[in-house]
Design a protein around this ligand. Structure first.
Ligand code: GLU
Length: 466
């Protein structure tokens, strides 16, 4: 087998969503697995609906996911001369012809055919008129009139389309721009695409594209049509199901590797394994393991994947992604070690990086702000002598979790104040909240100086209440 070349050809008419990202991922994985090439091109010939904003956001989403491309991005609007050249060739060889039927006339004929219960088709009025190019004329392909067009799908086997079902469809519009069918084929030929992996909503396009390959005498690529992604209710996935655009998942605190893992599992599997690193996916990805039944998107499962990958990713890597959510803080004030050990205390409790950033807040502020309820309940006058003692004792105490635990237990026994009340008062003093990672872990990370300073501040706060 020669070099494998795949492509991802989004139309920049919207943001990148889960379905598109999965198509991109499968093409990327397939190319990587075979040490081939992955090409990015924008199908932007629909000038009305294509927007630069979407080009930018698709590029950003692909970069964030780590789906780097080896060639491109190409833009179809910059390749119009190429399509014209191929169209001219087909015309000169008598494999395509100009058609002057007006839209209105075609519309009328279509209605009539529908009325008679027929599938609307172009009736070949201009096929033998030998018309040249001219104002308002489109170029149509001369499709075979008999026989069948066979799509050899890598996943589904042969899909047969009788020639009568197809018609002489348009390849160049009257304004000189190519139709989707034509531009795709010319691109796939000139870019040397060997494998087209795309959604099965394109199956009906494939016989048309094969007709163009045949007319050009070009060898078609191999096709694999993958099942659509559905929502939990079985309808085609849409916003209604709570599915966000890829960049919205970044905003919501997902790790790209979690999204990649989840997307790969949407319709592809490898035994019972659920969790895959990107490297493992590259190693194991083959088309044979694509599932032919449609995959259902499950937001809870995606969230669980994210939590798993937050827990199981090196703290340094987590920090790189977390920084995006910590822009409000001057992180240069802290050592990397401090930040990494802070992450260690929250990583098993965070399902998203947003939650994690929120939970980390107290490590990064100069002064904690007390939650009203917690302060009222735990920062009370009776606790002041205990806090004062802790400030003194801490100076001598080694910051080891076992030692700290022992110390606080003794303190509780000695003073008759419940351990829970002592711990909660200190927790509020250190974090501002009544819920946080383990107290001893926090003390260890914050270090003596910060802990003492924060407890002193709490003492002052209580005294001021009087
Ligand atoms: N631009 C098409 C789409 O967004 C790509 C179709 C193809 O893969 O050939 O669906």
């Amino acid at each position: 087998m020669g070099e494998i070349i795949t492509r991802f050809p989004p139309s920049p008419t919207g943001h990148l969503h889960l379905g598109g990202a999965r198509t991109a991922l499968f093409n990327w994985l397939f190319a990587k697995h075979h040490k081939g090439k992955f090409i990015l091109r924008f199908e932007d010939t629909d000038r009305e609906r294509s927007k630069q904003e979407y080009v930018d956001s698709i590029l950003e989403a692909l970069k964030w996911l780590g789906l780097n491309w080896d060639e491109g991005p190409y833009f179809q609007t910059q390749r119009l001369d190429l399509y014209k050249k191929f169209a001219q060739r087909l015309y000169e060889e008598g494999k395509a012809y100009y058609c002057e039927c007006s839209k209105e006339l075609l519309e009328e004929k279509k209605k009539e055919m529908l009325k008679m219960g027929l599938k609307p088709k172009y009736d070949k009025t201009c096929r033998d008129k030998n018309l040249g190019p001219g104002e308002g004329r489109v170029l149509r392909i001369k499709a075979p009139e008999t026989g069948e067009i066979v799509v050899e799908d890598l996943l589904r086997g042969k899909i047969v389309f009788p020639a009568e079902e197809l018609d002489d469809f348009i390849i160049m519009r009257s304004d000189g721009t190519p139709t989707y069918q034509f531009a795709v084929v010319i691109d796939d030929i000139t870019m040397g695409i060997t494998h087209v992996i795309r959604g099965d909503d394109h199956i009906s396009n494939t016989p048309k594209q094969l007709i163009i390959y045949q007319a050009l005498g070009a060898k078609p690529p191999k096709f694999a049509h993958i099942p659509m992604v559905l929502g939990p209710d079985g309808a085609r996935l849409s916003k209604r199901h709570g599915a966000k655009s890829i960049l919205e998942y970044r905003e919501a605190g997902y790790l790209p590797k979690a999204l990649i893992n989840y997307l790969a599992r949407l319709g592809w599997g490898y035994g019972n394994q659920e969790y895959f690193t990107v490297e493992e996916l590259i190693e194991k990805f083959t088309l044979e393991n694509i599932n032919l039944s449609a995959a259902r998107f499950d937001p809870d499962k995606l969230l669980a994947f994210n939590a798993y990958w937050i827990r199981n990713t090196d703290n340094k890597e987590v920090l790189e992604h977390l920084k995006y959510f910590l822009k409000a803080y001057d992180l240069s004030k802290f050592s990397e070690d401090y930040l990494l050990s802070a992450i260690e205390t929250v990583k098993t409790r965070s399902k998203t990086l947003v939650e994690m950033a929120e939970m980390m807040q107290f490590y990064l502020v100069e002064e904690v702000i007390y939650e009203e309820k917690g302060a009222k309940k735990f920062l009370v006058f009776d606790i002041v002598p205990i806090l004062e003692r802790v400030v003194e004792d801490l100076k001598e105490l080694p910051l080891e979790e076992k030692k700290l635990e022992e110390y606080f237990r003794n303190l509780s026994e000695e003073t008759g104040i419940k351990l829970k009340n002592i711990a909660q008062a200190i927790r509020v003093a250190l974090t501002g909240k009544t819920v946080s990672p383990g107290l001893f872990e926090i003390i260890k990370v914050l270090g003596k100086e910060r802990v003492i300073e924060r407890i002193k501040k709490a003492i002052k706060y209580i005294k001021n209440l009087k």
